[in-house]
Design a protein around this ligand. Structure first.
Ligand code: MYA
Length: 575
C-alpha cells in the first residue's frame, strides 16, 4: 500500500505551491476494477434499456418496485461495500464511474442510489466498528435494507452544526434517547437504516455544540412524513423524519461521542464526488441529444449545427465537461491512492459538476428551442432534475465560502508563523513550517509545473501565472484583513472561483499530458484541443477576477441590497 499522503494539492496551491507529484501522472482506475466496472456498466445499460422509463418515473413520482429490485440484483446497492460484507468492493474511481452511468440514464435512480451509499451508509463504511459493519453492511449491500443520511433540519441547512435534535444518554448508560426532527431526507419514506446526527451537549448560545453520529433503525420508532412534491427528481422519496423518544443502544454511536460533525463532513466530502460524476453522466446524455438535434434540425437551408453560435455552445459544453471529468477522476484517483485530505477538491468538483450540468441542460434546451420547452420531450424534465444539484450536498454558495476559507487557513497560519519568526530572529527560522519556507522561496522565483507536456506550455503558463496571482492575493488580503476575511463573502467568492478554475486546468493538463505520452500529438488531438479551449475560458474568467481584486464595487452592491431590504420591493414604477 502506498504511504498515506497528508497534504492536499489545493491547500498547497493557496500558498502558491504547486505539488505536482499529487496530480502527475494522471491516475488510472485500478486494473482489478476496470474489468469489473465494464461488466457492471454493461449490465446497467442492458437492464435500464429494457426496464427504465424515466418519463413514467417522473410522471408517477415513483421508481417502480421491480426496477429497484432489478438494481439490487445487479449489486448496485453495495458498490463500495467490501466483498467480505457481500458488496462489490469498488474503488472510489470505479464507484464514481458507475454513478456516472446510472445518472446518464435516470437522475431519480442515481439520487436514490447516491443517498443510500454515497452518504446513507458511508459513515458506517468509513468510521464503523467491526461489529457495526458486520451487523449492517451485508443487508445494505444487497439492498434488503436501504440507508438514508439524516443531517438537515428546518433551522440547520447550510449551517449544519446548528441542529437541534437531541440525544440524551440514559441513566444506566446503555442507550441514547433521540428527540427531534429532520427535513428533506432522501429515501426518507422507505429507508430502514438512518445515519442520524444529534446534539449530545446542551444548546448554549454562541457555543459550538457537540454532535454525535448514530446508526438508527426505523423499527426503533422513526416516523416519516408524506413525500414532498418537488420540481425535479420526482421519483425519489423526500420526507421529514420524526424522532420521538427513539432509543438507540450506545453500541450504535458512529466514531466518538461528540465527534459527529467531523463524521458528517467526511461523509459529505465523499458524497460530493458521486454528485460530480452523476452530473457528468447527465451532461453526457444531454450532449448526445444536442449533437443529434443540431444535425437533424435545418434552418436557412442548412443544419443548425453549421452556425457559429451553435458550434460555440457545443465547444464550450465539451470543454467544461472535459474539465469536470478530469477533476472528478483526478480526485477519486487521489482517494484511491489514500490521500487523506481531499475536502477542498471534492467541494470544487461538486460546485463545478452542478454548474456544468446546469449550463449544459440550459444550452441543450436552448438548442432544442420549441421542443425543448415541451413536456413530451426529455429536455424540460432533465432541466428540472438538474436544478437540485446546485442546492443539495452543500449549496454552491456555502461551498464557495468553504473552499475559500479552508484554503486560506494554511497561509493564515503560515503568516502568523512568519511574524513570530521575525520577532525571534535567531531561533525563528527553525520555527517555520515547510510551507512557510517554500512560500518565502516562491516570492523570489515563481513555482513551476514541470511535468506537463511541452505541447501544453501555453496552458501551463496560464496555470503558473494565475497560481501566483491567487497566492499573492491571499497573502495581501490576509495581511490586510486578517480574520475579517471570514465576513468578506465577495472576496471569498473570487478566491473560490479562481481555485476552481485552477484545479480544473491542472486536471486537464495532467490528463492530456498522459494522453500525449500514450498516443502522441495526433492521437491526443481531442484532449489537447479541449484543454486549450478550457484554458482560454478559464484564463478569461480568472483575468476578470484578478482585475476585480484591485477594483470592484463590492461595497456599493452591498449598500444597494441593504436599501432594498428597507424598501421591501423593487423601488420604481415607470408610471
Ligand atoms: S445532505 C445535507 C448536505 N448538507 C451540507 O452539505 C451542509 C453544508 N454545510 C457544511 O458543510 C458546514 O456546515 C460548513 C462548516 C462547511 C459550512 N471536511 O467551524 P467550521 C471541519 C473535513 O468551519 P461551521 C444532502 O443534501 C473544520 O475544519 N472537515 O464549521 C443529501 C473544523 O475542524 P477543526 C471539515 O462553520 C442530498 C470543524 O469541521 C469540513 O459550523 C442527497 C468545524 O468547522 C470538511 N468538508 O460549518 C444526495 N468542513 O475544529 C444524493 C468543516 O478541527 C446525491 N470541517 O478546526 C446523489 C448524487 C446523484 C447525482 C445526480 C446528478 C444528476
Amino acid at each position: 500500500m502506498p504511504p498515506v499522503i497528508e497534504q492536499s494539492f489545493m491547500k498547497a496551491l493557496f500558498h502558491g505551491v504547486i505539488s505536482e507529484d499529487m496530480i502527475f501522472p494522471f491516475p488510472e482506475m485500478p486494473a482489478e476494477d476496470r474489468e469489473n466496472v465494464s461488466m457492471i456498466l454493461d449490465s446497467v445499460r442492458k437492464f435500464c434499456a429494457a426496464s427504465v422509463d424515466s418519463a413514467k418515473i417522473d410522471r408517477e413520482h415513483e421508481i417502480p418496485a421491480e426496477v429497484l429490485e432489478g438494481l439490487k440484483g445487479l449489486g448496485l446497492f453495495g458498490l463500495q461495500i467490501p466483498t467480505d460484507f457481500d458488496g462489490i468492493g469498488l474503488s472510489s474511481t470505479a464507484y464514481a464511474r458507475v454513478m456516472q452511468e446510472v445518472a446518464s440514464v435516470d437522475t431519480s435512480i442515481a439520487v436514490t442510489l447516491g443517498a443510500h451509499q454515497s452518504i446513507g451508509l458511508k459513515a458506517i463504511l468509513l468510521f464503523g466498528t467491526p461489529e457495526q459493519k458486520r451487523k449492517y453492511l451485508p443487508k445494505l449491500a444487497t439492498g434488503e435494507h436501504v440507508a438514508a443520511f439524516a443531517l438537515t433540519e428546518p433551522a440547520a441547512g447550510s449551517d449544519a452544526a446548528a441542529i437541534k435534535t437531541r440525544a440524551e444518554l440514559s441513566p444506566d448508560g446503555t442507550h441514547y434517547v433521540i428527540n427531534g426532527s429532520k427535513i428533506w431526507i432522501t429515501n426518507g419514506g422507505f429507508a430502514d437504516v438512518f445515519t442520524v446526527f444529534a446534539r449530545t451537549s446542551s444548546v448554549e448560545e454562541g457555543q459550538k455544540p457537540k454532535i454525535t453520529a448514530f446508526i438508527v433503525e426505523r423499527e426503533w420508532g422513526v416516523k416519516s412524513g408524506p413525500s414532498e412534491h418537488k420540481l425535479g427528481i420526482r421519483g425519489t422519496s423526500t420526507t421529514e423524519l420524526f424522532f420521538d423518544d427513539v432509543k438507540v443502544p450506545v453500541e450504535n454511536v458512529i466514531g466518538e461521542v461528540g465527534k459527529g460533525f467531523k463524521v458528517a463532513m467526511e461523509v459529505l466530502n465523499n458524497g460530493r464526488l458521486g454528485l460530480a460524476s452523476g452530473s457528468l453522466g447527465l451532461a453526457r446524455t444531454l450532449m448526445k441529444l444536442a449533437i443529434e438535434r443540431v444535425q437533424e434540425r435545418r434552418a436557412f437551408g442548412r443544419s443548425i449545427g453549421e452556425f457559429g453560435l451553435i458550434k460555440d455552445k457545443i465547444a464550450r459544453m465539451l470543454a467544461q465537461m472535459f474539465a469536470l471529468e478530469s477533476m472528478t477522476y483526478l480526485t477519486t484517483g487521489m482517494i484511491d491512492q489514500k490521500v487523506a485530505d481531499y475536502s477542498v477538491e471534492s467541494a470544487i468538483c461538486k460546485v463545478m459538476g452542478s454548474e456544468v450540468v446546469w449550463e449544459v441542460v440550459n444550452e441543450t434546451l436552448q438548442i432544442a428551442a420549441g421542443i425543448g420547452y415541451m413536456s413530451d420531450y426529455p429536455y424540460e424534465r432533465m432541466l428540472r432534475d438538474a436544478r437540485i444539484n446546485l442546492i443539495f450536498e452543500g449549496t454552491n454558495e456555502i461551498l464557495r465560502a468553504f473552499i475559500a476559507l479552508t484554503g486560506l487557513q494554511g497561509p493564515g497560519k503560515a503568516l502568523v508563523e512568519v511574524s513570530k519568526a521575525l520577532r525571534e530572529p535567531i531561533k525563528g527560522f527553525g520555527l517555520l513550517s515547510d510551507f512557510a519556507v517554500r512560500r518565502a522561496k516562491t516570492v523570489l522565483g515563481r513555482e513551476r509545473m514541470s511535468r506537463a507536456h511541452p505541447l501544453l506550455s501555453h496552458e501551463v503558463v496560464i496555470f503558473e501565472d494565475m497560481t501566483g496571482e491567487l497566492a499573492n492575493y491571499v497573502d495581501s488580503t490576509l495581511r490586510k484583513h486578517g480574520r475579517r476575511i471570514a465576513e468578506m463573502q465577495f472576496a471569498q467568492r473570487r478566491v473560490a472561483e479562481m481555485a476552481m478554475d485552477l484545479y480544473a486546468l491542472a486536471a486537464c493538463i495532467s490528463r492530456t499530458t498522459r494522453a500525449i505520452e500514450r498516443r502522441g500529438e495526433e492521437g491526443a488531438k481531442r484532449e489537447i484541443d479541449l484543454t486549450r479551449v478550457f484554458g482560454g475560458l478559464a484564463h478569461r474568467r480568472m483575468a476578470t477576477i484578478v482585475s476585480e481584486f484591485a477594483r470592484n464595487d463590492d461595497e456599493l452592491r452591498k449598500s444597494v441590497a441593504s436599501r432594498a431590504y428597507t424598501d421591501g420591493a423593487y423601488p420604481f414604477d415607470i408610471l
